[in-house]
Design a protein around this ligand. Sequence first.
Ligand code: GN1
Ligand code: MG
Length: 385
Amino acid sequence: MPHSHNAAQKFTPQAQILEVREYGEGNVNDTFLVTVEEVGGSAHLTSASEAPQRFILQRLNTRVFPRPELIMGNLRVFTEHVEARLAKEPLPPERRWDPPRVLLTGAGEDHWRDPAGFFWRALTFVPDAESHYAVQDLDHAREVGWALGLFHKLISDLPPDRLADTLPGFHVTPGYLRRYDEVLGEGTSGGNPENSKNSQETDFCRRFVEARRAWASVLEDAKAKEELPLRPIHGDPKVNNVMVDTATGQAVGLVDLDTVKPGLVHYDLGDCLRSGCNTLGEEIGNWEQARFEPEICRAILGGYLSQAGEFLTPQDYDYLFDAVRLLPFELGLRFFTDYLEGNVYFKVRYPEHNLLRALVQFRFTESIESQEGAIRALIRDFLKR
Ligand code: GN1
Ligand code: MG
């Protein structure tokens, strides 16, 4: 029996498993969709009583997340908070909000370690919902922004220190620069000679990083000066982590909650715009075509601020453009470093995969830089409202 099948059975000991298939295109964890025979009382929900016929099974990447039990603890704190808040302030009746919930094993645990030490956990499958790899139209863009805004609003009164840091250094750009310098530096164990061969593309990447080095600490500096507060964040709110109702197209929840932890909302908003305003996606072969679409930015920001506007400060707005520019730069730097290091963090399908991904992000950053005036103007328009 494959390991995934064995793991799935732990979360639904009574039911017959019909299928376990790989699901989604995550760059870090292994994700499976499990289908079980319809029988009462199969999988064990922490709350809600119905037995799901489908659920999500994941093997967490413990190289990236060395303490996965912290993730499960955060999920519990987060879910309880959101449920309590929604009970106090329900959404309008035409809206549903259905984030994934943790399933328990037959032994009542929120995870299962297999004999090889791998960490498995299971989550509900958000019903009647789907996600898209790229923004489909301006209505979808607005929903993506709305979902992130609501997500932030629902946890804006959760003290960030109630959440553990599941991935120290995540979105701390100067830390990624330090790692890049180490990998580039001669004699480091990380440097992979195969991947450090010079080419036109690697030269472009190196020059690209150097030209932006001094600016790259902009958000961390603002955090250190207490101009931007620590808040609970999602960490990875890209477009395909926003579930939308298959019938109405309305957003119904954010998935991929492993990086819910204290941070800056700017990381999230910058990352959401990085993903949403790049309609060609992260994996385009012709990287020079990557382009930032300001009209999608306007729609995402409009949706976001309709929810988050109430708790953002004028200083938060001052750093929005930097966030838009920084997150694709940072992801490009992470991909490029991983390429130089020999592809040890992100899953790849071929050796240059991370280099190509880096080029897409850097070209996309250039597109943002060339439209700086227009992007700043559209941010100002929102502040005036
Ligand atoms: C990784 O595994 P996935 O696709 O959900 C990464 C994100 C990147 C993203 C780029 C924990 O997320 O930070 O933005 O790839 N997650 C982690 O597609 O590093
Ligand atoms: Mg993720």
